[in-house]
Design a binder for this molecule. Structure first.
Ligand code: HEC
Ligand code: HEC
Ligand code: HEC
Ligand code: HEC
Ligand code: HEC
Ligand code: HEC
Length: 275
C-alpha cells in the first residue's frame, strides 16, 4: 500500500539530499519511508551527524552497512547507493576513501591533515616518489578487510621490510617520530649509524649530503658527503698513494658527476656501493 508522504518530510529529505549531492533527482520522489533511519545530515560530511564521523567512531568498519546498502554498496534494500558519491573502483572500499589522495598514502591522513608536520602525513609522498611501496614500512592490506588493517589498534602500525638490504633492525619511535637503524639513512658500513631521521621534518635537511654518510657540518659539499675515512675510524678510501684526494665521480663515475649531481639515481640507496 502506498504511504502518504507529508510535505514536511519531503522538504527535510530534499534538503538533506541537496546538502550532500547536487544531483537531486526531483523527477524521482522518494518511495521509501522518509523518516531517516540515520537521522538528519548523515550524508553530509560536515554535519555533526555525518556518516564520516559515525564510521570513524566505529573503527572505520563499513561492513555492516552492506546489510541494507547491498553487498556492492549499490543500494540493496535501502535503495540508497553509496556509489553515487563514492564512484571510484570498489566504491567506499577504495583505498583512498579514508586516507590518501593521489595514491593511498597520506596526505590526506586519517584526521584530515595534509601538512608534512602531521605524523600521519610525514614523508610519505617523498618515499612514494622514490619508488618505495607501502610494504617497505607497513604490512600492506590487499583489501579493507585484510587481517591487521582495521584491527582495533588505533593508528598505523609500522612493520619494516627486513628482507634484502633493509635487514638492519630498523625501528620507528611513535613518541618522537624518529627512525633509527635504517639502511637508507645511514645504517651501513661507514654510514652515520646514529642518524635519527625525523619523519615529520619539513626542512628537507634529511636529504642533504652529510646526513646519512659524511659530516653535515663541513663547509665543502664533497667533504660533507665523504664517508668515514681510515683517519676517522672508517674504511672509506680518502687519499690515493697517500696524498691525492680524488673527487667522488672519479671512482663513483656511474653514480655522480663532477658537480656531485646524480647521473643515475637508481644506483644510490640500492643496497650496494656502485662505481
Ligand atoms: C538497517 C538498514 C541500514 C543500515 C545497516 C545502514 N543504512 Fe544507511 N540508509 C538506510 C536507508 C533505508 C536509507 C535511506 C533512507 C534514509 O535516509 O533513512 C539510508 C541512507 C543512507 C545515507 C544517505 C544516502 C543518500 O543518498 O541520501 C547514507 C550516507 C547512509 N545511509 C550511510 C550508511 C552507512 C555509512 C552505513 C554503515 C555504517 C549505513 N548507512 C548502514 C538503511 C541502512
Ligand atoms: C551524498 C554523498 C555520499 C553518500 C551517498 C555516501 N557518502 Fe560516504 N562520504 C561522502 C563524503 C563527501 C565524504 C567525505 C570525503 C572527504 O572528506 O574527502 C565521505 C566519506 C566516507 C568515508 C571516509 C571516512 C573517513 O574517515 O574519511 C567512508 C568510509 C564512507 N564515506 C562510506 C560510505 C558508505 C559505506 C556509504 C553508503 C552506505 C556512503 N559513504 C555514502 C559522501 C557520501
Ligand atoms: C618510509 C616508510 C613508509 C612508507 C613507504 C609508507 N608509510 Fe605509511 N606510515 C609511515 C609512518 C612512519 C607513519 C606514521 C606513524 C605514526 O606516527 O602514527 C605512517 C602512517 C600511515 C597511516 C596512518 C595515518 C594517520 O593518520 O595516522 C596510513 C593510513 C599509512 N601510513 C598508509 C600508507 C600507505 C597506503 C602507504 C603506501 C602507499 C604507506 N603508508 C607507505 C611510514 C611509511
Ligand atoms: C574504511 C576506511 C579505510 C579504507 C577504505 C582503507 N583504509 Fe587503510 N587504514 C584505515 C585506518 C583507520 C588505518 C589505521 C589503522 C587502524 O586504525 O587500525 C589504515 C591503515 C592503513 C595502512 C597502514 C598500516 C596499518 O594497517 O596500520 C596501510 C598500508 C593501509 N591502510 C592501506 C590501505 C589500502 C591498500 C587500502 C585499499 C585496499 C585501504 N588502506 C583502505 C582505513 C581505511
Ligand atoms: C679512490 C676511489 C674513491 C673515491 C675518490 C671515492 N670513493 Fe666512495 N667508495 C670507494 C670504495 C672503494 C668504496 C667501498 C669502501 C669500503 O667497502 O669500505 C666506497 C664506498 C662509498 C660509500 C659507501 C660507504 C662506504 O664507505 O663503504 C659512499 C657513501 C661513498 N663511497 C661516497 C663517496 C663520496 C661522497 C665520495 C666523494 C667525497 C667518494 N665516495 C669518493 C671509492 C672511492
Ligand atoms: C637518505 C640518506 C642519504 C643521503 C641524504 C645521501 N646519501 Fe649517498 N648514499 C646513501 C646510501 C644508503 C648509500 C649506499 C651505501 C651502501 O650501500 O653501502 C649511499 C652511497 C653514496 C655514494 C656511493 C655510490 C653509490 O653506491 O651510490 C655516493 C657517491 C653518494 N652516496 C653521494 C651522495 C651525495 C653527493 C649526496 C648529497 C646529494 C648523498 N649521497 C646523500 C644514503 C644517502
Amino acid at each position: 500500500m502506498k504511504k502518504q508522504i507529508s510535505l514536511f518530510a519531503v522538504i527535510v529529505f530534499a534538503s538533506l539530499f541537496l546538502n550532500a549531492c547536487s544531483k537531486l533527482q526531483q523527477e524521482n520522489p522518494p518511495t521509501q519511508p522518509t523518516a531517516s533511519i540515520h537521522g538528519e545530515g548523515f550524508a553530509n560530511p560536515v554535519s555533526s551527524n555525518s556518516h564520516v564521523k559515525y564510521i570513524q567512531g566505529h573503527n572505520w568498519d563499513i561492513q555492516a552497512c552492506k546489510a541494507c546498502h547491498g553487498a556492492n554498496y549499490a543500494g540493496g534494500t535501502s535503495q540508497k547507493s553509496c556509489l553515487t558519491c563514492h564512484s571510484k573502483r570498489n566504491g567506499p572500499e577504495n583505498c583512498t576513501t579514508c586516507h590518501g589522495g593521489v595514491n593511498p598514502a597520506p596526505p590526506t591522513d586519517l584526521a584530515g591533515n595534509i601538512n608534512r608536520s602531521a605524523h600521519g602525513v610525514g614523508a610519505h609522498q617523498v618515499h612514494i616518489s622514490y619508488g618505495y611501496s607501502c610494504s617497505t614500512c607497513h604490512i600492506s592490506p590487499s583489501k579493507v578487510t585484510s587481517p591487521g588493517h582495521l584491527d582495533g589498534v588505533k593508528g598505523a602500525e609500522i612493520h619494516f621490510d627486513t628482507t634484502g638490504y633493509f635487514a638492519t633492525n630498523p625501528s620507528y619511535n611513535f613518541s618522537d617520530n624518529k627512525c633509527s637503524n635504517i639502511y637508507c639513512h645511514g645504517n651501513f658500513q661507514n654510514g652515520n649509524q646514529s642518524n635519527k631521521v625525523l619523519w615529520t621534518d619539513t626542512t628537507g635537511n634529511g636529504a642533504l649530503c652529510g646526513t646519512c654518510h659524511g659530516d653535515i657540518t663541513r663547509s665543502d659539499k664533497e667533504d660533507r658527503a665523504r664517508p668515514k675515512t681510515v683517519e676517522e675510524g672508517g674504511t672509506h678510501p680518502n687519499r690515493v698513494d697517500g696524498k691525492t684526494v680524488l673527487q667522488c665521480y672519479q671512482c663513483h663515475v656511474h653514480v655522480v658527476d663532477a658537480n656531485l649531481n646524480f647521473v643515475n639515481k637508481s644506483l644510490h640507496l640500492n643496497g650496494k656501493v656502485d662505481f
